[in-house]
Design a protein around this ligand. Sequence first.
Ligand SMILES: Nc1ncnc2c1ncn2[C@@H]1O[C@H](COP(=O)(O)OP(=O)(O)OP(=O)(O)O)[C@@H](O)[C@H]1O
Ligand SMILES: [Mg+2]
Length: 252
Amino acid sequence: MLEVQGLCKSFGGIHAVQDVDFSVQKGQILSLIGPNGAGKTTCFNLITGFYQPTRGQVRWDGADVTGCAPYDMAQKGVIRTFQKTNVLRNLSVLENVVHAHYLKGRTPLWRTFLPNRDTARTDKEIHESASCILELLGLAHRQHVDASALSCGELRLLEVGVALGAQPRLLMLDEPAAGLNTREAESLAELLKTLPGQWVESVLLVEHNMHLVMRASDHVVVMNFGKKLASGTPREIQANEAVLEAYMGKAA
Ligand SMILES: Nc1ncnc2c1ncn2[C@@H]1O[C@H](COP(=O)(O)OP(=O)(O)OP(=O)(O)O)[C@@H](O)[C@H]1O
Ligand SMILES: [Mg+2]
């Protein structure tokens, strides 16, 4: 579905991403991991059009989409979350997920101010879809609460819900488990595993929580200092000496 070829991004003298290749297959959860500053979020920004690559190509469904605008990528079904929240804190939990649907809906947001029978039907469908998403996330009982009142764990789930509301084909999550405790991260891993084939086609995950990565991923790509260091199954990555060295430093 997604193919990244020879991707490079420099900021002045900083080579944030250097010659990175990987591809995400349909039905797959692929994790992009690496130490702080490895270039993971920059890859997200390049894939989703927030940054233009210095060199290289992004392909989606076989077509070259390098440099497409973020809203274009979203329309194509490539939806990402941000390391900082994508939740509107003054809206309720339900309103946040409803709001996200208008990104992809056939009814432009302004039409909802001039309601007719068509928009009423669409609004009903959107509310039903948003309720299903909140049910999936275990947030249904919190739907009328302001997002600002959520716990950290609930907020992380709502961020996933907002992304799902935009009806992704490829869901790109940037550190969805940041601040979660072990139990919350484990249930997030289980939730993510249910998404491909049901709610999305594939997931591209950036995450520091190795337990979650190893539990949820089909494939793992490791970055270090902007470059791809390794690629393999979770088991292969866990046994990879270069990866251990990147995370823990060279053994004495
Ligand atoms: N807009 C920018 N301007 C200048 N330098 C940047 C910019 N964005 C990222 N960088 C630099 O590029 C490198 C890679 O950053 P990036 O945010 O992609 O890392 P990361 O792997 O997501 O790290 P983390 O795990 O801490 O989120 C870092 O050295 C960072 O300082
Ligand atoms: Mg990052």
